[in-house]
Ligand binder design. Structure first.
Ligand code: SAM
Ligand code: SF4
Length: 323
């Protein structure tokens, strides 16, 4: 990794020439849903409270990352909106010099309550995870979730002019037949929909491949490929009769070439690759006498661990890493 200085300011470049300008911060490992593909059936062990970074520690990492050239931050979890202080974190991160975008990935169950304050805090984009538009299927996938609360949350976020993307993981035999319904819903609400291939290495055929979904859509709509958005090199996008549809397809169309991300887990591990176990323990440094340069050096170390392509041999603990 080296720190380059371009006309746009400092830039983190990894040893494969990729510019790293996006940090995803998972602020909690707790969630109020139990999506079956995210959380293991047998449940999960909560991280001890003392291991979770404090509010100040999250902020310090974000501030130093911004100083090194990270321009986009995403707050995720677990469910970020069940964590006390989430809105305050957004507000403070959005105010750091260099930060251009603060986004959030949420299951939407608490958006109705928080959309207004999140807007005032400076959040600009929201990804809402929504796997079914049928209440019974939604309940099955999330192991008990209430679809109507999420729909109300989406409406409230629309009211506050958020740029919204729906994240939908398609699963055969559950929601894979709802592709058209999602397009109609997205058109009706004026939002974007993104179909994500399920990451799991346990079932024999766990995911619905992008090409299958594209072919299904092409049966009914006219699809035009769109240029890749600069901040989202991992998303292949189409215009689908006026609806922007994105595909995140780690299984069938791996996207490591343009990967621009770092991920911070709630307990302070900085991961440079979702599919790799390798990480740098920032909490260890944060809780000993240190200066900003020590954290910056640790970030460089994490970036040096970023492989050209992920091993994809195991599924990350998504509820902890934050997707
Ligand atoms: N709770 C929030 C939510 O659901 O949006 C944020 C955390 S969640 C882990 C972030 C994203 O990861 C969600 O869109 C979810 O669908 C996705 N995800 C979780 N497990 C996954 C898996 N096994 N394969 C693909 N995506 C997954
Ligand atoms: Fe919770 Fe999000 Fe995982 Fe569902 S996908 S269990 S909402 S963390």
């Amino acid at each position: 990794m080296f720190l380059d200085h371009t006309s746009r300011g400092p830039a983190l470049i990894d040893r494969h020439g990729r510019r790293i300008d996006y940090l995803r911060i998972s602020i909690t490992d707790l969630c109020n849903l139990r999506c079956f593909y995210c959380m293991p059936r047998q449940g999960v062990t909560k991280l001890p409270q003392a291991d979770i970074l404090t509010y100040e520690e999250f902020l310090k990492v974000a501030r130093i990352a911004a100083g090194l050239g990270v321009r986009k931050m995403r707050i995720t979890g677990g469910e970020p909106l069940i964590k006390r202080g989430a809105v305050k974190l957004v507000r403070e991160i959005a105010a750091f010099p260099g930060v251009q975008t603060v986004a959030m990935t949420t299951n939407g169950t608490r958006l109705e309550k928080y959309a207004e304050v999140l807007k005032a805090a400076g959040l600009s984009r929201i990804n809402v995870s929504l796997d079914s538009l049928r209440p019974d299927v939604y309940k099955r996938i999330t192991r008990g979730g209430d679809l109507s609360a999420v729909l109300r949350g989406i409406d409230r976020a629309i009211e506050y002019n958020f740029r919204i993307k729906l994240n939908t993981v398609l699963i055969n035999g559950m929601n894979a037949d709802e592709v058209y319904r999602f397009i109609d819903f997205a058109r009706d609400k004026g939002v974007e929909v993104r179909f994500i291939e399920r990451m799991s290495f346990e079932d024999p055929d766990p995911y619905v491949p992008q090409d299958h979904v594209v072919a299904t859509l092409a049966d009914r709509y006219s699809l035009t490929p769109l240029p890749t958005a600069s901040g989202s090199p991992h998303v292949r996008a189409f215009d689908c009769d006026g609806v922007r549809v994105g595909f995140i397809s780690p299984r069938s169309h791996p996207f490591c070439d343009g990967c621009n991300k770092l991920r911070l887990t709630p307990n302070g591990k900085l991961k440079a690759c979702l599919s790799s176990e390798l990480n740098v323990d920032l909490r260890y440094i944060l809780r000993r006498p240190h200066c900003d340069a020590d954290i910056a050096r640790a970030m460089s170390k994490a970036i040096a661990l970023k492989p050209a392509t992920g091993p994809w041999t195991a599924c990350a603990e998504m509820w902890r890493v934050g997707g």
